[in-house]
Design a protein around this ligand. Structure first.
Ligand SMILES: NC(=O)c1ccc[n+]([C@@H]2O[C@H](COP(=O)([O-])OP(=O)(O)OC[C@H]3O[C@@H](n4cnc5c(N)ncnc54)[C@H](O)[C@@H]3O)[C@@H](O)[C@H]2O)c1
Length: 423
């Protein structure tokens, strides 16, 4: 199907996941109409995921990029053309109301996640929502209740913690499950970036609590907490934390911002930074494993350094997102004179997600995590299984973030995290 056919197919109304897909494919599959809100950093990454998943993996439904939503009509139309969306909307309520949208993908800042997600679920749509799930525990709880009610009607809701879908992280999870590193003793996660070091970087939404909920904590720490809970297979029981805001005032934004880039020379004045620049915390798992976390946007020279290490009785696993095709494994049961960390190049067809990609050694990158996310959600929808991470998983991360803020506000006092309520 060429681009023009694709647009015409996508602009028809009344298509649902139960109707066959159009196009040249002789084995046309039912279509899953996707509507996306927000089209900047994550919008581009998710578009890539939706465009690519059905062309690489053999999916039970064909994702169709039905409509994208932004607030500026001209800009959202341009984004639709660039990213491959059939139609553009300027109000997310209109996007949700479209008959050709079966799934609403939320790629906006955290202040609108709850409102959009609950409305979409109540309107009978599946939902994928970027992380952190919400800006507060209360919002995340309301979203989880809406998701549980929607699940009874067959609609699914997933939180966009894409790093679970790095093949090396999925392999690490499998190896922990198989007992390859035995009983876990230590979990060490640091997520380091440096794009805020310059004090003249302007006051974008990421630096304002009403929009972002928190700073490095919710932005980077949320990923770290989700990965830790995913890899260990249990929730964090309590935390002790320190947070800091190093630059407390920044120039007001001068023009548009997207993702991690923006400009502001101070001509428009200055405003208060109302979130943390860095968050450090220790944590305890119920099984007895101890964890440490570091999330900062002030680690000069570190661009997107998400490092994970697990130490168990039988061995260790280590990962660095800046070398994401590699997982390091130490097998403690090997003879001491030859044991040591060895590199697993995670590009074999038997590794998670690799069955459909390139020959061994032809590595994947950041964008592929969004392809895998789309793949997994499409399978869950077609097969009526609960997607992971669910909204309940997103809520549990939110509870950890709230406990970190509470602990930091009370001189690092150990703060328990409420346990998840069984679904
Ligand atoms: N999974 C990841 O690795 C990852 C990386 C970056 C950001 N995120 C998350 O993705 C979300 C978006 O972040 P981003 O970096 O894409 O931000 P961004 O600033 O690049 O883009 C935000 C988009 O939302 C749109 N928007 C804002 N409010 C809107 C509204 N009310 N209606 C319609 N559109 C609206 C903006 O116009 C813009 O298109 C956040 O929750 C963030 O934490 C996740």
């Amino acid at each position: 199907m060429d681009e023009e056919d694709f647009r015409m197919a996508g602009s028809s109304t009344g298509t649902t996941a139960r109707e066959p897909g159009e196009g040249n494919d002789p084995e046309a599959k039912p279509v899953l109409g996707v509507g996306m809100v927000g089209y900047a950093f994550m919008g581009a990454a998710h578009s890539q995921g939706w465009r690519t998943a059905g062309r690489v993996f053999d999916l039970p439904l064909t994702p169709r990029l039905a409509a994208v939503c932004g607030r500026d009509g001209r800009a959202v139309r341009a984004a639709a053309d660039k990213l491959g969306w059939a139609a553009a909307e300027t109000d997310w309520r209109a996007l949700i109301a479209r008959d050709d949208v079966d799934l609403v993908d939320i790629c906006t800042p955290g202040d609108s996640h709850a409102e959009i997600a609950v409305a979409a679920l109540e309107a009978g749509k599946h939902v994928l929502c970027e992380k952190p799930l919400a800006n507060s525990v209360e919002e995340a709880e309301a979203m989880t209740v809406a998701a549980q009610l929607a699940a009874e009607r067959g609609q699914l809701a997933m939180t966009g913690f894409n790093y679970r879908r790095v093949p090396a992280m999925a392999l690490a999870r499998r190896m922990v499950d198989e007992g390859r590193i035995g009983t876990l003793r230590h979990v060490r996660v640091s997520y380091l970036q440096d794009w805020l070091v310059d004090p003249s970087f302007p006051l974008t939404w990421r630096l304002q609590k009403p929009y972002a909920g928190s700073g490095a904590l919710g932005d980077l720490g949320a990923h770290a907490v989700d990965l830790a809970q995913f890899l260990v297979g249990e929730p964090i029981a309590g935390v002790s934390a320190l947070t800091e805001t190093f630059v407390r005032e920044r120039p007001l934004l001068d023009g548009a911002s997207s993702g991690l880039s923006a400009a502001g020379g101070g001509e428009a004045g200055f405003g208060q930074v109302t979130v943390d620049d860095a968050a450090l915390f220790t944590a305890r798992f119920a099984s007895g494993a101890l964890a440490s976390f570091e999330a900062t946007r002030f680690a000069t020279g570190r661009k997107n350094a998400l490092k994970v290490e697990l130490n168990g009785e039988r061995g260790s696993l280590a990962f660095d997102l800046e070398r994401l095709n590699e997982l390091f494994f130490h097998d403690q049961t090997e003879p001491g004179d030859s044991a040591g960390f060895r590199r697993i190049l995670v590009t074999e067809p038997g590794h998670p997600y690799l069955e459909a990609w390139w020959p061994p050694g032809h590595g994947l990158g950041y964008e592929h995590t969004f392809v895998h996310q789309a793949r997994d959600l499409v399978h869950a929808i077609a097969e009526h299984t609960t997607p992971a991470p669910s909204f309940a998983d997103g809520l549990q991360v939110q509870r950890v973030l709230a406990a970190v803020e509470e602990s930091a506000a009370k001189n690092s006092v150990f703060t328990p995290v409420p346990s998840p309520v069984p679904a």
